[in-house]
Design a protein around this ligand. Structure first.
Ligand code: GLY
Length: 314
């Protein structure tokens, strides 16, 4: 993609996988229009001089608010039929970061992650501790019925029948119908040249209680450093944790002087070769260049590169 330094850039994703559930054009339009609206909201922030951090939090919150995505109100259910969400946010200016894991009754876990970053001396809070912290910060709790949609209940039933966990949008021949949900994320480059990243998820359908994925793990599902790039991942979390994929991509920029496209390619190659990783990443580098890569058939994502037109695709 373009290489000169300019303006602002923004990328968002809504999951990776076979996306076999998105077969008809109405469903495809529904996803793409959601992404386009969210990108334009992010443009409003960045175009007026807002920070990359503000933009990724706002875009991730909107993705969490849309039930078609596996985060916030659209989160998938674990083996007990409960929601357990993970989220993280990172500021490339000073490497400050905040994350939460295995939380429920929080409408926007990404906002709680930001509070962990700004209002606590910690990086990661989990489960009851994170929820107590939410209360301490005066964050309103969402009612249970905010989360449990008929679609997700059906999806869990199916996973139980097959005695398996289901991956983000992924599919095999036998489960291709069911894969509707995936992690969400945003990365941004603002007009001051700062980078930020945010990732949020309900995880994997029928996951064990207490399972935490890559999304709240700094360096795995999320990373941002003004000296290198901002990364958000989506897919099978265990693969990203084992390869520390977001930091690995950042290291390709730092140690090998790669741009976004080269580092993304190198990261995806490493993910595929070392662990047969399933999923994808969005990346903006220190010059505002945008790139994406995935090992799955598709990834729902979109971008605005250096103030240009919004592009959305699977
Ligand atoms: N990438 C989201 C998860 O594995 O939980």
């Amino acid at each position: 993609m373009m290489s000169e330094k300019a303006g602002y850039s923004l990328m968002i994703h809504g999951g990776a996988g076979a996306l076999d559930n998105i077969r008809d054009s109405d469903t495809a339009v529904r996803y793409l229009e959601s992404l386009r609206g969210i990108l334009e909201h992010g443009r409003d922030i960045l175009g007026l001089g807002g920070s990359a951090l503000e933009a990724v939090e706002a875009c991730a919150s909107l993705l969490e608010d849309d039930p078609v995505f596996n985060a916030g109100c659209g989160s998938v259910l674990n083996e007990d039929g409960k929601v357990e969400m993970d989220a993280a946010i990172m500021d490339g200016r000073d490497l400050s970061a905040g994350a939460v894991a295995a939380v429920d009754n929080i409408a926007n876990p990404i906002q709680l992650a930001r509070l962990v970053m700004t209002m606590s001396e910690h990086v990661l809070l989990i489960a009851e501790g994170a929820e107590r912290f939410a209360e301490h910060c005066g964050m309103e709790r969402a009612p249970e019925n905010y989360f449990y949609t008929p679609d997700r209940i059906e999806q869990l039933k199916l996973a139980r029948l097959k005695h398996k966990v289901m991956l983000d949008h992924d599919s095999t021949e036998e489960d291709s119908e069911d894969q509707k949900y995936g992690t969400i994320g945003a990365v941004a480059y603002d007009m001051q040249g700062n980078l930020a990243a945010a990732t949020s998820t309900g995880g994997i359908v029928n996951k064990r209680m207490g399972r935490v994925g890559d999304s709240p793990i700094i360096g795995a599902g999320v990373y941002a450093d003004n000296e290198t790039c901002a990364v958000s991942a989506t897919g099978y979390g265990e693969d990203f944790m084992r390869t520390v994929i977001a930091k690995t991509i950042s290291d390709f920029v730092y140690l090998k002087d790669m741009d976004a496209e080269e580092a993304t390619r190198a990261g995806i190659e490493y993910l595929r070769r070392r662990v047969k990783g399933r999923g994808g990443v969005i990346v903006i580098d220190r010059n505002g260049n945008c790139s994406s890569g995935f090992t799955t058939k598709k990834m729902i994502h979109g971008w605005i590169e250096k103030g240009g037109e919004a592009v959305v695709r699977f």
